[in-house]
Design a binder for this molecule. Structure first.
Ligand SMILES: Cc1cc2nc3c(=O)[nH]c(=O)nc-3n(C[C@H](O)[C@H](O)[C@H](O)COP(=O)(O)OP(=O)(O)OC[C@H]3O[C@@H](n4cnc5c(N)ncnc54)[C@H](O)[C@@H]3O)c2cc1C
Length: 305
């Protein structure tokens, strides 16, 4: 008998806005450049096909693993069983001070769209290498901003396959969290952002300043997933790791960045096991030295079962 996964592939195959790959290395879809094969990997390029694919999967009892740009993701060396849906719908419309954009839209591109339209509020996001959907899931933030301050509402498919829209107050945003993180099974389709009219040159200057600060402090261009740990109350993670003598420390191909100790970088051939071992070592050492428990910001894809 045909498996449910085969039935799903048969249903999705041949659609012009869906690309399907079998045994697709996840290292091609994460900024860490780490991760074994996904049994089935589907790139969904419009909101229509995201809806169609997610609802069919749910109808068949399959829970897809959702990714945006894979920039906050650690995938096991064994890979992922079942199906991965990459959300790559990429549209936006501007209406007055509002931008409505699909979840697969790159944050960097969207920040530039906002700038060109003389809309301020997205400058903080110009160097975050994720999608809008991933940024809402994580409530991504930097410098003086975070997603919770600009999101007016989010449209998503809920865990039962129903299309819903919730406004900001109902999204339960907190430090690097949202209702989507707390309640798995939802897929973000699009969001409405509320921005503020501003002089384009001022927006541009702010973005240039943030970009300079990033290039100065972060290991840009070396594979990583950004800050591995959340900022513990009253401390800076990078400082705790550096003061523990771990800057530059490595296990296999995973290294505590020489430039920013809050980042783990893949020096070329790191495995997921290397990164996980390094994370454990950092957590133990920082706890021993400072009594501070570090919590991971990076998300772990489900293990192969
Ligand atoms: C060099 C570098 C710098 C970074 N700087 C910052 C920073 O300054 N601030 C910051 O907050 N983060 C930063 N990050 C981390 C990362 O870019 C953000 O967390 C980003 O928002 C993740 O978006 P993504 O599309 O890559 O999500 P992914 O990594 O693909 O996914 C992250 C999580 O979101 C879920 N998800 C993704 N899309 C959807 C969707 N449409 N519906 C439902 N769930 C979804 C996934 O299942 C996963 O659990 C940085 C990363 C790198 C590599």
């Amino acid at each position: 008998m045909e498996t449910k996964l085969k039935q799903l592939c048969k249903y999705l195959r041949g659609h012009p806005d869906i690309e399907i790959f079998e045994n697709e290395p996840m290292s091609r879809h994460t900024t860490f450049k780490i991760g074994g094969p996904a049994e089935v990997f589907c790139s969904l390029k419009t909101s229509n096909v995201v809806e169609k694919a997610v609802c069919k999967a749910k109808e068949l009892g399959i829970e897809p693993f959702i990714i945006g740009n894979g920039s906050n993701l650690l995938v096991d060396d064994e890979g992922i069983s079942g199906v991965v849906f990459e959300i790559s719908n990429d549209l936006h419309t501007i209406n007055g001070d509002y931008i409505v954009a699909s979840a697969g839209k790159s944050l960097a591109k969207l920040s530039n769209v906002a700038k060109r339209s003389g809309l301020s509020g997205m400058e903080f996001a110009c160097g975050i290498p994720g999608t809008l959907g991933g940024a809402i899931f994580m409530n991504a933030g930097a410098y003086d901003g975070e997603m919770s301050r600009i999101v007016e509402s989010v449209t998503f498919i809920n865990e039962r396959g129903m299309l819903m829209t919730l406004s900001n107050e109902s999204l339960d945003f907190g430090y690097r969290t949202s209702c989507f993180k707390k309640k798995p099974g939802c897929v973000i389709l699009e969001a409405k952002l509320k921005l503020t009219p501003c002089d384009v040159d001022l927006i541009e200057a702010k973005m240039a300043d943030f970009t300079l600060r990033r290039v100065d402090k972060q290991p840009i261009g070396i594979p990583s997933a950004g800050s591995v740990f959340k900022r513990p109350r009253g401390h800076f993670t990078g400082e705790l790791i550096e003061k523990s003598g771990l800057k530059g420390f490595s296990i296999g191909g995973a290294q505590v960045s020489e430039k920013h100790a809050g980042f783990i970088v893949n020096t070329g051939n790191a495995t997921c096991a290397d990164v996980k071992n390094l994370i454990s070592h950092i957590k133990e050492t920082v706890f021993k030295n400072f009594g501070v428990e570090l919590e991971c910001e990076v998300q772990f894809a489900p293990n192969k079962n």
